[in-house]
Design a protein. Structure first.
Length: 49
């Protein structure tokens, strides 16, 4: 599920860059949060049930 969220946020971030939307700052923040979640998951080594 985390990978789905990361993929959605990545697409939203790319759309924000391409359209130069005013919500770009929010999308960049969401992308950073998603990447931090992925790094945390990789570092902790927890497996998905």
């Amino acid at each position: 599920m985390i990978w789905t969220i990361v993929a959605i946020l990545l697409v939203m971030w790319l759309v924000g860059i391409v359209t130069a939307n005013t919500f770009g700052g929010i999308l960049h923040f969401l992308l950073v949060v998603a990447l931090a979640a992925v790094v945390f998951r990789l570092l902790t080594g927890r497996k998905v049930a």
